[in-house]
Design a protein around this ligand. Sequence first.
Ligand SMILES: Cc1cc2nc3c(=O)[nH]c(=O)nc-3n(C[C@H](O)[C@H](O)[C@H](O)COP(=O)(O)O)c2cc1C
Length: 160
Amino acid sequence: MAIDEELFKECLRRWTSGVTIVTSRSGDEIHGMTVSAFSSVSADPPLVLVCANRKSKTHAMIAESGIFNVHVLAEGQRELSNRFASTKLEGSRFDTVNYQMGRLGAPVIHGVLAVLECKLVSMHEEGSHTIYIGHVEHAETSDAAPLVYYQGAYRELSLS
Ligand SMILES: Cc1cc2nc3c(=O)[nH]c(=O)nc-3n(C[C@H](O)[C@H](O)[C@H](O)COP(=O)(O)O)c2cc1C
């Protein structure tokens, strides 16, 4: 028996996560979306996963290209997160954003906390989403506090 959908959502709202932007590229087209369903899978080999709604454009692009970059957002990047979640800005998300093409060919956004450039190694369709597992080929970090997501709102971590 399935649990009540609202109860399910209430449980998940109580899970604290970071916020990422996942980018990809297919031919001349670049794209990306905000993703909180990100996790490490394995350290050796270095694997991570992102969970993408099958209706999203980013989902289709990752399946097609086999590459994706994960950007861990820093505090102060709420607007960037909203920008990459906005359907209104779907065609112009990169317009005001500093980025360059990464080593695997997908966009790397500047000024984030960490970037992981991934090659797709497997995908698992479950429910409305696909779990994409990527092998991390290149990575970089910077030092700042993270952007946090909890109870449907952005938070800042008080580092003590
Ligand atoms: C904080 C936050 C977290 C999100 N996490 C996810 C996620 O983990 N997976 C997902 O498919 N969509 C997630 N979304 C929704 C997508 O960012 C949104 O639907 C986006 O418009 C999809 O873009 P696209 O269809 O242009 O690829 C999240 C949105 C926000 C604001």
